[in-house]
Design a protein around this ligand. Structure first.
Ligand SMILES: NC(=O)c1ccc[n+]([C@@H]2O[C@H](COP(=O)([O-])OP(=O)(O)OC[C@H]3O[C@@H](n4cnc5c(N)ncnc54)[C@H](OP(=O)(O)O)[C@@H]3O)[C@@H](O)[C@H]2O)c1
Length: 337
């Protein structure tokens, strides 16, 4: 095998971002799509010029025609279909949030271990050179000791046309601002801090449908380091991360959707006197890295760049924030499995 044969599990909106990178990647080909109905699969395959269309997810997994599947289902279905894919002998790239309970996460990891197949969470921004450079700058001591991370991801969803049917606003489909966009600030903080927090405080605003439409969190790390995160479906579109240290701070105005919508590739370095230096970042298609990483994991046996241990801690931290918001009290990560 010198090319990974990819299948799309569902006709989700997000697929449009990964179809071009699968086609651009040297060691990948897009061979199939599966939908819950044959008509929908056929229409999607015709529109996107995909050779094979399956009228059920299981039929594609059992076909022997794909090596890897991209799972872009609503959040509450990630675990079930990841496990089914692994058990069918198919490698899995699963969208964020990986899963919504620790039992699900552990069952997914156990299935990967049992089958020996590759399993990774699709956090595309982690693979981009910008994010990798931020990690290198932090580790090189550019900022001195990092003391504070501030990270936000919000967009206006509540009250917009059609939003009542959006899976993001439904509790039964794993909706909620923290699960949908808050996982990005949570994962960025974990990346920069080198691990999960020791304890967290969460404060949520619950909308009419019963999910959190805003959630603010404070995450405490060893050495009196703190990350403050904000996720919202009520506030206007904003993504920003600040990494603040004793010798300066980085302002990342486009931390998660890097280069999308024609944005520039740079990070601001603010010196202690607030003189600003612009640090440039190589351009790269945002979703290409996660596809290349999976191809290398499958074809070369290279461990996935976003490890399952990191992924497990992303979900653990989110669940701790939700628990704290519900209890109105701090929650230690050690209280979660
Ligand atoms: N990494 C990123 O940049 C990014 C961006 C957006 C979303 N995401 C993630 O990707 C996943 C999909 O998000 P999306 O907004 O693209 O979803 P979406 O457009 O709502 O599509 C979800 C798909 O899941 C299938 N499905 C199966 N059971 C369903 C059910 N009960 N209700 C609704 N759909 C069902 C449907 O496909 P069929 O009808 O073909 O079966 C549907 O098209 C989510 O986990 C989300 O967090 C990631």
């Amino acid at each position: 095998m010198n090319k990974v044969r990819w299948g799309l599990l569902s006709t989700a909106n997000i697929n449009r971002q990964v179809i071009p990178p699968i086609r651009v990647a040297e060691r990948a080909e897009l061979v199939a799509v599966a939908s819950r109905s044959q008509a929908s699969a056929d229409a999607y395959a015709a529109r996107w010029d995909i050779p094979r269309a399956f009228g059920s997810y299981q039929a594609m997994l059992d076909s022997g025609e794909i090596d890897a599947v991209y799972i872009s289902l609503p959040n509450q279905l990630h675990a079930e279909w990841t496990i089914r894919a692994l058990e069918a002998g198919v490698n899995v790239l699963c969208e964020k949030p990986f899963a919504i309970t620790m039992d699900e996460v552990d069952a997914m990891i156990a299935a990967a271990n049992r089958t020996g197949k590759v399993l990774a969470e699709a956090f595309m921004y982690r693979h981009h050179p910008q994010t990798k450079l931020v990690g290198e700058w932090v580790n090189s001591g550019l900022l001195g000791d990092v003391t504070l991370v501030r990270a936000v991801f919000s967009f206006s969803l509540v009250g917009t046309p059609g939003s009542a049917n959006n899976v993001r606003l439904k509790p039964e489909t794993g909706g909620g601002a923290l699960w949908d966009v808050g996982v990005y600030p949570v994962s960025f903080a974990q990346y920069v801090m080198g691990g999960p927090p020791e304890w967290v405080i969460g404060d949520r605003y619950t909308g009419d449908s019963g999910v959190d439409v805003s959630l603010q969190g404070q995450m405490h790390y060893s050495g009196r380091r703190v990350a403050q995160i904000s996720a919202s479906f009520r506030n206007p579109y904003q993504t920003q991360v600040e990494v603040i240290g004793t010798a300066g701070r980085l302002v990342i105005n486009d931390p998660f959707r890097i280069g999308v919508d024609g944005k520039s590739y740079f990070v601001e370095f603010h010196r202690p006197d607030d003189e600003i230096e612009i640090l440039s970042v190589p351009q790269k298609e945002l979703y290409l890295g996660e596809i290349e990483d999976m191809n290398a994991a499958i074809l070369d046996g290279q461990p996935p760049y976003v490890t399952l241990e990191e992924t497990r801690n992303h979900v653990r931290t989110v669940l701790a924030l939700y628990r704290s918001a519900q209890m109105g009290a701090p929650v230690a990560l050690s209280e979660l499995p």
